[in-house]
Design a protein around this ligand. Structure first.
Ligand code: KMH
Ligand code: ZN
Length: 274
């Protein structure tokens, strides 16, 4: 069975460049409903403000969590990564919006022309805040050393809320590990140093989306897809919308005899209370 996460918006693409990007609450909820119907069980959310700019505004975050909960059964995962310019305090405050899950990036990396800063002390603070608030982390792994850092974090500060360890390999970011089968296999091997039963999903940025998806399915992993990571469906063909990417992922999962998990099945796998 395959957990499919949809990451519909991200913080890097502008609405004016890509009109299909969901940026308002109603666009996000509509996308969430359609992606749930197609097989997604988790939604990884970055919110936008009234000008469609990336935001960590606490009121927008709270309203978004409530609306997606009210209109879908999806597991609501808020991004604590935000945009590269977001300060640590605002990123930590994301947990206060009460999502089911929060992302937790396991190290600093060059992010295209920018730097995505994740100091060790910040990672520890975020991990502990999620433990204290019963928010289940998804550890974002952009490079192999991030898995080593995760092993150290869990050894020193204990298991996350729910007791299950789930990581997401984000491959193909300029500055992180390449979006190749070789990266995926190396990352999967490194999971053996984490607590038994740890699960992984994977996403390939841009043109690495398909090879990473097919490799992750073959390797027993789960999938993340969406316009945060991929804006091209095929060479020369822009994505119509997030639904197209989720439908393709669900189709591959069924072909691989590992059909999509329902949100409740995913809750049980991830240690999220219903
Ligand atoms: N927007 C990136 C700088 C996350 O959501 O936690 C960070 C990111 C990771 O997207
Ligand atoms: Zn994100």
């Amino acid at each position: 069975m395959t957990l499919i996460t949809v990451a519909p918006t991200g913080a890097e693409t502008s609405k004016s460049d890509v009109p299909a990007l969901p940026v308002t609450l109603s666009e996000l909820v509509g996308t969430a409903q359609e992606c749930e119907a197609l097989g997604a069980s988790v939604i990884h959310i970055h919110v936008r403000d009234a000008d469609a700019k990336p935001s960590l505004d606490p009121a927008i975050l709270r309203d978004t969590v409530q609306a997606v909960r009210a209109e879908t059964n999806l597991i609501v995962q808020l991004s604590t990564g935000g945009a590269v310019t977001d300060p640590e305090a605002a990123r930590l405050a994301v947990v206060d919006a009460g999502p089911d899950m929060g992302s937790c990036t396991m190290g600093t990396l060059n992010f295209g022309d920018d730097v995505f800063m994740n100091r060790w002390e910040f990672i520890v603070a975020l991990h502990q805040k999620m433990q204290d608030n019963g928010v289940v982390p998804e550890y974002e792994i952009f490079d192999l050393g991030h898995l080593t850092a995760l092993g150290r974090l869990l050894d020193k500060y204990g298991l996350p809320a729910g007791g299950h360890v789930h990581v997401d390999f984000v491959l193909g970011v300029p500055g992180g590990a390449p979006g190749t089968v070789e990266s995926l296999v190396a990352f999967k091997h490194a999971l053996r140093d984490l607590p038994a039963g740890a699960t992984f999903s994977a996403t390939g940025v841009g043109r690495s989306s398909l090879p990473v998806m097919l490799a992750a399915l073959s390797a027993g992993g789960h999938l993340r897809v969406g316009m945060e990571d991929t804006l091209t469906y095929a060479k020369g063909q822009p994505v119509d919308g997030n639904m197209q990417l989720v439908a393709r992922a669900a189709g591959f999962a069924r072909l691989a005899q590992r059909p999509p998990l329902t949100p409740d099945e995913a809750r049980s796998m991830l240690g999220i209370k219903g």
